[in-house]
Design a protein around this ligand. Structure first.
Ligand SMILES: Nc1ncnc2c1ncn2[C@@H]1O[C@H](COP(=O)(O)OP(=O)(O)OP(=O)(O)O)[C@@H](O)[C@H]1O
Ligand SMILES: [Mg+2]
Length: 245
């Protein structure tokens, strides 16, 4: 694979005396799924927060297709999307309205600016068809009527719709049943098939070994493995995660 979408160079981050990240170097290519693994406190969320511009780094740089990223505004401009653990969906709003949350289609009628719900519904329908998602057929349904898995799929779909280069997912399958996990993993696969670079934080090592193109392990803020998953067992991964000592 050639086309690099994300380039992380010599990244460092401290919280007082705690070194959360040290000398982190990582590249992600278009269409690639990178699983980011590590024990509690290894620095996974800190790394994700810096990549999406919500926390500053102390050292090093983040580049998306060559463009420097240091803020949330940069992340948005450079096409980096995030699926947060709590999803950040609005439960009272419909699938279509959630898909366009913060990017509403607005129409002007005389002096008024009104949200164009019919336009959003038809654009949402098209987007969901285009993304090949079959579990969200009715875009008028409110999110509170969806299952946990359907909500996760919607959150991934929203990130896919607005992110052009990179999508970050922190624990997207936590607390889901097996069928719903399958649904969410399919939608992540689809994001990669659409050419996005994906970084996936998960404690579900068996699923990750099946899905990811590369497995990156953080230990005490340092990358200790960056390897293809072929031939790795769950216990191999756990050994690398926790270390020999
Ligand atoms: N805002 C903060 N202030 C102080 N220390 C922090 C802060 N955020 C993270 N840390 C510390 O940085 C280290 C890495 O934390 P981080 O949340 O990135 O770990 P993680 O790999 O996401 O862990 P988990 O699997 O538990 O989510 C930990 O030692 C944590 O205590
Ligand atoms: Mg975390």
């Amino acid at each position: 694979m050639s086309d690099e979408v994300l380039t992380i160079t010599d990244l460092g981050k401290n919280f007082g005396a705690v070194t959360a990240l040290r000398d982190v170097n990582l590249t992600v290519h278009a269409g690639e799924i990178v699983a980011l693994l590590g024990d509690n406190g290894a620095g996974k969320s800190t790394l994700m927060n810096i990549i999406c511009g919500s926390q500053p780094a102390d050292a090093g740089s983040i580049k998306v297709k060559g463009g420097e990223l240091t803020s949330l505004a940069d992340a948005r401009r450079l096409g980096v999307g995030v699926v947060y653990q709590d999803l950040a969906l609005a439960p009272d709003l419909s699938v279509a309205e959630n898909l366009f949350l913060g990017n509403e289609i607005v129409r002007t009628v005389g002096p008024l600016r009104i949200v164009d719900r019919p336009a959003m519904r038809s654009a949402a329908k098209k987007a969901i068809e285009h993304l090949g998602i079959s579990t969200l057929r009715d875009v008028r349904l409110p999110v509170l009527s969806l299952s946990g898995g359907q909500r996760q799929v919607l959150a991934v779909a929203r990130a896919m719709k607005w992110a052009e280069n990179v999508i970050l997912l922190d624990e997207p399958t936590a607390a889901l049943g097996p069928k719903q996990v399958g649904m969410v993993l399919d939608s992540i696969k689809r994001a990669a098939d659409h050419g996005l670079g994906v970084i996936l934080v998960s404690h579900d090592i068996p699923s990750v070994l099946k899905l990811a193109d590369r497995v990156v392990v953080l230990r005490h803020g340092t990358i200790v493995a960056d390897v293809p998953p072929a031939g790795l067992s769950v216990s191999d991964v756990v050994t690398v995660m926790v270390g020999e000592d």
